[in-house]
Ligand binder design. Structure first.
Ligand code: GLC
Length: 557
């Protein structure tokens, strides 16, 4: 049926080696990297950054392949050039202090960071817990600063929690499910610590944290790459933990698509926001977790079987996402002219999308140059909203082809006011309002238009934007975004999110001293200072796995 089918075929399982070989190669290069500590942060300076950005602009799109260790590199990194010649931004020291204050200890070992350290807020809710997704930027900050211990303890503790029997009412959850969050209870009398975890059974709306397991695998790879210590990932319990997570999402069912079917509120957007179905955030994380697992799983009998399954899914998933979730000017025009009610294999409009369902805003929003992965695709439904996290993860995991990654960055540049405005970065664009808001959110007062998950601006997304900018060779965009954050974040007390079309107002119910806003800023700064950090959170395109897919060829048979 599809002209490209031969090349996308599932036979190419031999490329397993290419992924893991490549990964090992990257790892060995990163091992040469000198250990960083807090002193390193003080070496950041604007002049060396501009030199660096020139170097990056000259062609860092294949970052991992052109990278050579700091000191030997062709362009001047801040570390090798003007160390100590300029003071770091004063916010950096404040941010480290606040990050350290948020650390949580279990039997005297650091195991994570709480979501927010906001004493002024009347309601604590669950912001005093360690969230798996929230801990990721904290973990990266600690890894980049040469402090891997807390990350190791976190990975092992959450693995123990995965082993718990999980129930909601009378229903038992899948074995591999990872918690959304956990809390350490200190008993001052008995002087003991114990853990409580939330797998969705206490969460508002009883939402399932589908992203937690994926973040766990991605973090295990980051830890391995940054420390060079593969013994943690090789432990039998880590291998088993990964396989359990994978079993949950690789099992066969009634699905006709390789994407993962999810309920609403299954990710960072953990309230009803119309992301049910096949949300881009989960699909991109799923892809990245599959690729990460490929490089971490041992090649024993069981491991090989698992890797084979992963490879088949990766082929199908990348084909599906790149063909059907991708939207650019040409594609939009094609959908606009779609015929409907086509039956059989020859259908062009495979999901029977009715052109009248295309929202008006997207015609103006779409630049002539640029594109993005839309929010969701399922029968007769395309959610055209832009979601920041999914698109950045698509770039970092190389779910996006090189051309697509460039187009996403073109779009961000062309629609800067809409997507970044005065505070990076909008979680989703545009906001939904009025009747649609009533229907889609169920009248959620927290998710009113341009607030919170409904078009709010989240500083935590800065690290993802920065990583995507470095990978695509456009650090100057990250610099612009960081400047915006620096003009407000500390002064406003590190809010969780901002409201308004331009993100000018501290969010209606935003926590202050939100840990991932703090850590996200630090990670963004450290990555710009030393782009070799990118390797722990980025995967190069596997050319063997990825057929060159012309957008139009996926839509014509
Ligand atoms: C909110 C956010 C969620 C985050 C949690 C803790 O529920 O929607 O993404 O993990 O707060 O910060």
């Amino acid at each position: 049926m599809d002209g490209t089918k031969e090349t996308v075929g599932l036979k190419n399982v031999s490329s397993v080696c290419s992924i893991s070989d490549m990964d090992d190669f990257d790892l060995s290069r990163l091992l040469d990297k000198p250990k960083l500590n807090i002193e390193r942060k003080r070496s950041f300076d604007e002049r060396s950054f501009s030199e660096l950005s020139n170097g990056l602009a000259r062609g860092l799109d294949n970052f991992e392949t052109t990278y050579s260790p700091v000191g030997k590199s062709g362009f001047n990194t801040p570390a090798s050039s003007a160390r100590n010649s300029f003071e770091p931004h004063p916010m950096v020291a404040d941010a480290w202090e606040a990050l350290r204050r948020s650390m949580v200890f279990y039997r005297n070992q650091p195991v994570g960071t709480i979501a927010a350290y906001d004493h002024a807020s009347e309601e604590v809710l669950n912001y005093d817990q360690v969230f798996v997704r929230d801990f990721v930027p904290s973990a990266l900050a600690f890894l980049m600063n040469g402090e891997p211990e807390i990350v190791k303890h976190f990975l092992l503790k959450t693995l123990l929690l995965q082993g718990w029997e999980k129930r909601i009412d009378r229903f038992k959850l899948g074995e591999g499910a990872m918690p959304a969050s956990f809390k350490v209870l200190h008993d001052p009398i008995r002087k003991t610590d114990s853990l409580v975890a939330d797998f969705g059974e206490s969460a508002i709306g009883r939402v399932a944290p589908v992203d937690s397991g994926f973040w766990w695998i991605i973090l295990l790879r980051a830890y391995t790459k940054s420390t060079g210590d593969s013994s943690l990932a090789e432990r039998p319990e880590c291998q088993k933990g990964m396989k359990l997570i994978l079993m949950l999402c690789l099992s066969e069912g009634f699905d006709t698509f390789p994407t993962l079917l999810c309920a609403d509120g299954c990710s960072m957007i953990d309230r009803r926001m119309g992301i049910y179905g096949y949300p881009i955030e989960i699909q991109a994380l799923f892809f990245m977790a599959l690729r990460s697992a490929c490089s971490l799983l041992k090649h024993d009998e069981e491991g090989k079987e698992c890797i084979e399954k992963i490879m088949k899914r990766l082929h199908a998933l990348s084909y599906h996402m790149r063909s059907y979730f991708w939207l650019d000017f040409q594609q939009l025009n094609d959908i606009y002219r779609y015929k409907t009610e086509e039956y059989s294999h020859t259908a062009v409009n495979k999901f029977n999308v009715i052109p009248d369902s295309i929202p008006y805003w997207v015609f103006d929003f779409m630049p002539t140059r640029g594109g993005y992965f839309i929010g969701n695709v399922s029968p007769a439904r395309m959610d055209f909203r832009w979601f920041a996290l999914g698109n950045c993860i698509a770039i970092l995991s190389s779910l996006a082809t090189h051309e697509q990654a460039m187009a996403i960055m073109d779009l961000i540049e062309a629609r800067w006011e809409e997507l970044v405005g005065e505070m990076p970065l909008k979680i989703a664009y545009p906001a939904i309002e009025s009747h649609e808001w009533r229907i889609v959110t169920g009248c959620d007062p927290k998710n009113t238009r341009w607030s919170y998950h409904n078009g709010g601006s989240w500083p935590v997304l800065l690290w993802l934007l920065t990583a995507a900018c470095i990978k695509t060779g456009r650090p100057q965009i990250a610099r612009k975004a960081i400047d915006l954050a620096e003009s407000r974040l500390l002064k406003d007390g590190w809010p969780e999110y901002y409201d308004g079309k331009l993100g000018r107002y501290v969010g209606k119910q935003a926590r202050k001293y939100q840990t991932w806003s703090i850590a996200g800023y630090l990670v963004a700064k450290m990555m710009l200072e030393d782009p070799s950090h990118l390797g722990m959170i980025s995967l190069e395109e596997d050319r063997q796995m990825n057929p060159v897919l012309k957008r139009s060829s996926s839509w014509t048979c």
